[in-house]
Design a protein around this ligand. Structure first.
Ligand code: NAI
Ligand code: MG
Length: 483
């Protein structure tokens, strides 16, 4: 456990979550038709623990032929079983999956922390419960589609191809699978190559739940496996969450086809603090907005805007708070910031930190120790930045925050919107009218008021501009899987 520094006189004793109850196979095949099958490529890749660099399991690498088998299974299940079931019957299966996930919540949380690097406190209190809640929420809609879409005749799209990233592996699988099933579609899902394990554990539950074979198929692999899903002619809908670059590749690939799509891409979200905000809560919100989940959050509040007359105070309090953050073993319940998901991602973050210094920004990093093994990054703050700096324009996807100041509301709106992205924003002020004024003028899919990074299955989530299009969550998320 990394020691927080001098500002605290005492340290927490380590409080390690036990790993002796989790069951992982050495090798995972592909989950097609409720069976575990070997990849026809005969290739496997390792999933490692980014905090220890140890291999956790070998994962099948699906090629085009494997993806084709999965799509055929999904098509057959759609035509012969799933589209023939009533909504109430579909809902029962989805409820059952939700309950079985809850029963095994601890195992999911531990595996998520090991495979992904996020602190156990987050996987236990955020990722896994929210994932279960998504299944519960959409289970409830399955037999009420006609009420969800009044005066329309809601119909499933067919087979959905779903590609997800490594920052919220189980939660993203739930965001994708639950609404698709509720709306009556079948699914081929590909987890990210560094974090396949919880999706594969979910496959075990899906099999045990008795869901008809082929309704959910999980194919693991790298970008080429994702591309095989995108380019498969018998897929009706592509749902993607990941980088803006790959989102653009996908959009080009499906242009001119009948495939529908929702793309949830990157962000560079603004967190705005006015001088009348409750400063201590705002500092917690800033910390939660950017250091939560190592900053591996598409909607991370990575650009902080503070009203000039309180900037010194906010920066002082923020630095003190940063010094008290624990960086270290994700399985320790005291840990605030776990491991960066991969070596590549750590290198990306370190590249941006170097760039920030080269561009002339002033850097502040907390003085905590970080483990010598594994991929870790200290919480990092850049002041003296300008709008044109690359660290304020590009998505870093790590625990790196930039601070700018503002005087007037028009100035901060202009600055906050000055980005190719538009996923989320936060506003901290005591004044309700100012919140409403800003929410209509900020070009962001989600605006949090006096809080940050709060999620709920009933609220739609999604972006503007290069942050993508389409909404997930709530009724909007259901509509994305219906004709
Ligand atoms: P990525 O976009 O390459 O990966 C996301 C998913 O897409 C993975 O499952 C991957 O296997 C798949 N994929 C990759 N190439 C594909 C292709 N040509 N066709 C279909 N699927 C493909 O993201 P990556 O490389 O892991 O991260 C790079 C950067 O992207 C990060 O530094 C971060 O800035 C951003 N990112 C944003 C996320 C978000 O939630 N908005 C999530 C993950 C990354
Ligand atoms: Mg891993």
């Amino acid at each position: 456990m990394a020691k927080p520094t001098d500002t605290l006189e005492w340290n927490y004793s380590p409080s390690l979550e036990s790993t002796n109850h989790i069951r992982l196979k050495q090798q995972y095949g592909l989950f097609i038709n409720n069976e575990w099958v070997a990849p026809s490529s005969k290739k496997y890749f390792s999933s490692t623990n980014p905090a220890t660099e140890e291999v956790l399991a070998e994962i099948a690498w699906a090629n085009e032929a494997d993806v084709d088998n999965a799509v055929k299974a999904a098509r057959k299940a759609y035509e012969t079983v799933w589209s023939k079931l009533s909504g109430a019957e579909r809902g029962k299966y989805i409820y059952r999956i939700a309950r079985m996930m809850q029963e095994r919540a601890r195992e999911f949380a531990v595996i998520e922390s090991m495979d992904c690097g996020k602190p156990i406190r987050e996987s236990r209190d955020v990722d896994v419960p929210l994932a279960c809640n998504h299944f519960f929420y959409y289970a409830g809609w399955a037999d009420k589609l006609a009420y969800a879409m009044p005066h329309k005749k809601p119909e499933a799209l067919g087979v959905a191809g779903q590609i997800i990233p490594w920052n919220f592996p189980l939660l993203m699988a739930a965001w994708k699978i639950a609404p698709a099933l509720a709306a009556g579609n079948t699914v081929v899902l590909k987890p990210a190559e560094t974090t396949s394990l919880t999706a594969l554990k979910l496959a075990e539950i899906i099999k045990d739940s008795g869901l008809p074979p082929g309704v959910v198929n999980i194919v693991t692999g790298h970008g080429d496996t994702g591309a095989a899903i995108v380019n498969h002619p018998d897929i009706d809908k592509i749902a993607f969450t990941g980088s803006t670059n790959v989102g653009k590749i996908i959009q080009r690939a499906i242009a001119g086809t009948n495939k529908k799509s929702t793309l949830e891409l990157g962000g560079k979200s603004a967190n705005i603090i006015f001088d009348d905000a409750p400063i201590d809560q705002a500092v917690e919100g800033i910390v939660n907005g950017i250091f939560f989940n190592q900053g591996h959050v598409c909607c991370a509040g990575s650009r902080l805007f503070v009203q000039e007359n309180v900037a010194d105070l906010v920066i002082k309090k923020l630095k003190a708070r940063m010094e008290s953050l624990y960086v270290g073993n994700p399985l320790d319940k005291n840990t605030d910031i776990g491991a960066i998901n991969s070596k590549e991602q750590l290198e990306t973050i370190e590249k941006y930190i170097r760039l920030g210094k080269e561009e002339g920004a002033a850097i502040y990093q907390s003085a905590c120790e970080i483990p010598s093994k594994g991929y870790f990054c200290r919480p990092t703050l850049f002041t003296e930045v300008s709008q044109s700096h690359r660290i304020t324009q590009e998505e870093i996807f790590g625990p790196v925050l930039t601070i700018q100041t503002f005087r007037t509301i028009d100035e901060v709106i202009q600055k906050a919107n000055n980005t190719p992205f538009g996923l989320a924003a936060g506003v901290w002020t005591d004044k309700g009218s100012r919140i409403f004024n800003l929410t209509t003028k900020l070009k962001a899919g989600v605006v949090w008021a006096n809080t940050y990074n709060k999620f709920d299955p009933t609220s739609p989530f999604g972006g503007y501009k290069e942050s993508g299009f389409g909404r997930e969550g709530g009724l909007h998320g259901l509509g994305a899987y219906l004709k």
